[in-house]
Design a protein around this ligand. Structure first.
Ligand code: NAD
Length: 413
């Protein structure tokens, strides 16, 4: 698998190409590429067996010209500064593309959460907040769940931050509902992928009822995409997680698979489903392929084997630059991450607004507002692509980069 720096270099390539198309100077391009602040902290914890272990954590604030930095916190063994930097920059473009008043940030701790007990995870999270609390907060940098973290982890962050600054629910989003979390946040990224896929299908005249999909990753994004697709009548025929992959020509029984995964922790030995080689997942013919796990999953080594009509980027940075180019040449549409998976940050924004205004929105209000904001962003991207002859990623980057540059200039630089 390519190194973490691939995420950053893919972003830099997309950014540079956008700056060239828009006629921006190299200085502006550098300014848009560099992170405003980066923090690295060492976090020692006593493991359950009494031994001391040291973990490294990061927080990168890429840009705040349009609003406080916003972005997830990832727990994964491959987390490092290069990866977090790349992901933080993507967040700046994502919030700009969907036009919400936030900037971009990202964080992570290099650890395998599957090998840590609940107590160890809680201690690690609370110590991380103790190390970085001066840098985060409702008006500066707001964390949210990402790979390996969830509402429970956000609850610990809320509790630790509030112990220092007083009750501050707006300091972190994706919290449990009981602590001021928003209805609809848990499923928001998958719901958003459903909204964007529907808009894409309309653009390309694809009938959704009976269309087929393949999903890589069966965590928050993978599961909620599968549920959203089922509601749209799309048949999900293959799904993988980090250990195994399953296939069912007639369409996977999503509820049964979620139950199986929750009970057994894996997709292996499921009733009525074929276990397939994970390497064959991308070769499965389908309308929509949704990579919803790690970055750089599609590279020059497997891009040629993909037999999907379109890739809907559920994960952040799932394609290397080379893969993006190969797929473009092969005529496979790519709906970019900064549009496809923006549902999560949009509902995080709603949660932040609710917390700041001491409001509680209904499920209907959240769903309608998500539909409006993401639907408008998708229409803008597809229209710009159609009128300018650009691919969807280039169209999306042009819109986002121009908005960030306008904000930077308005600040007086
Ligand atoms: P998660 O931890 O809930 O789930 C990740 C899933 O990926 C798990 O099922 C894991 O088994 C699987 N996985 C890991 N390595 C794999 C591999 N090599 N092959 C197949 N499956 C593999 O994480 P998540 O929150 O669903 O995030 C997934 C991706 O979506 C990440 O790139 C994340 O940055 C992005 N994303 C998440 C959100 C969100 O709201 N959670 C929002 C936008 C983007």
């Amino acid at each position: 698998m390519p190194t973490d720096s691939t995420t950053k270099s893919a972003f830099e390539n997309f950014l540079k190409a956008a700056c060239d198309r828009l006629g921006y100077s190299e200085t502006i391009a550098s300014l848009l590429s560099l992170a405003a602040m980066e923090v690295k902290v060492e976090i020692p914890i006593v493991r359950d067996n009494g031994e001391l272990a040291i973990f490294t954590g990061y927080r990168v604030q890429h840009q705040s010209a349009r609003g406080p930095c916003k972005g997830g916190l990832r727990y994964h063994p491959d987390v490092d500064l290069g990866e977090v930097r790349g992901l933080a920059s993507l967040m700046t473009m994502k919030t700009a593309l969907v036009n919400i008043p936030l900037g971009g940030g990202k964080g992570g701790i290099a650890c395998d959460p599957r090998n840590l007990s609940s107590r160890e995870l809680e201690v690690l999270t609370r110590k991380f907040v103790k190390r970085i609390h001066r840098e985060i907060g409702p008006n500066s940098d707001i964390m949210a769940p990402d790979m390996g973290t969830n509402a429970r982890v956000m609850g610990w962050i809320h509790s630790e931050y509030s112990a220092i600054y007083g009750h501050s629910p707006a300091a972190v989003t994706g919290k449990p509902i009981a602590l001021g979390g928003s209805v609809g946040r848990e499923s928001a990224t998958g719901d958003g992928i459903g909204i964007v896929t529907r808009a894409y299908a309309k653009q390309r005249n694809i009938k959704l009822d009976g269309a087929t999909a393949v999903i890589q990753g069966f965590g928050n994004v993978g599961i909620n995409t599968a549920i959203a697709y089922r509601k749209l009548g799309i048949k999900v025929i293959a799904i993988s997680d980090s250990r195994s992959a399953v296939y069912r020509e007639e369409g996977i029984d999503i509820d049964a698979l979620v139950k199986h995964k929750r009970e057994r922790g894996s997709l292996a030995d499921t009733k009525d489903h074929w276990n397939i080689e994970a390497g064959n997942l991308f070769k499965t013919a389908c309308d929509f392929l949704v990579p919803a796990a790690l970055g750089n999953a599609v590279t020059e080594n497997n891009a040629g084997q993909i037999s999907a009509r379109a890739i809907i980027e559920g994960a952040n940075g799932p394609l290397t630059c080379e893969a993006d180019q190969i797929l473009g040449e092969r005529g496979v549409d790519v709906v970019p991450d900064i549009l496809a998976n923006a549902g999560g940050v949009i509902v995080s924004y709603f949660e932040w607004v609710q917390n700041l205004q001491r409001e509680v929105w209904s499920e209907e209000r959240v769903a309608a507002a998500l539909e409006r904001i993401l639907g408008e962003a998708a229409d803008r991207v597809f229209t710009r692509a159609a009128t300018s002859g650009l691919d969807f990623r280039s169209a999306a980057f042009d819109i986002a980069v121009a908005r960030v540059k306008d904000a930077l200039e308005a600040t007086g630089i």
